[in-house]
Design a protein around this ligand. Structure first.
Ligand code: AMP
Ligand code: ZN
Length: 149
């Protein structure tokens, strides 16, 4: 959809630090992260909110959120958990009107860092962060391959 920043990212017309891309989904770092590794997962096709998203795509969106959350724990970023969140609609403080699932990494006892992150929303070393998350995904895939061998 023209004018939608996330559609522009999908089209390659706006920059993003990508974590993962497949036929239906794109995952990239939030430009104003709450914690290091804060990632957004979006359907590639424009859907304004959950009302416009098919249940099948919703399941894929959460499916990759689940996968990324596991991958984060396997990355070298010292992540112990994550908050997965969708702000669905203006009433829920959705500010970018293309559905996105936030995956916000958490570490044990990070309340102070989290509070600071909420206030500052400053990017970290985005390239190194993305590389660490991608290697977490690779480690997860290798682990699964070993389990299924
Ligand atoms: P929400 O309140 O759920 O709509 O949050 C929108 C999120 O998108 C915020 O966390 C923004 O920091 C993030 N955001 C906005 N523009 C971009 C962009 N160009 N690239 C990456 N993240 C973005
Ligand atoms: Zn869009």
């Amino acid at each position: 959809m023209s004018g939608c920043i996330f559609c522009r990212i999908v089209a390659g017309d706006a920059p993003a630090t990508k974590i993962h891309e497949d036929d239906t989904l794109l995952a990239f770092l939030d430009i104003r992260p709450i914690t290091r590794g804060h990632t957004l997962i979006i359907p590639k096709g424009h859907a304004t909110d959950l009302d416009e998203l098919s249940p099948a795509l919703g399941a894929r969106l959460f499916g990759f959120g689940h996968r990324l959350s596991k991958a984060m724990r396997r990355s070298d970023l010292g992540i112990h958990g994550a908050n997965l969140l969708i702000n669905d609609g203006k009433a829920a403080f959705q500010t970018v009107h293309h559905v996105h699932l936030h995956v916000v990494p958490r570490t044990n006892g990070d309340m102070f860092t989290l509070a600071k992150g909420f206030l500052l929303r400053r990017p970290h070393d985005q390239e190194a962060t993305a590389a660490a998350l991608r290697s977490g995904l690779d480690r997860l895939a290798a682990e699964e391959k070993e389990t299924n061998a």
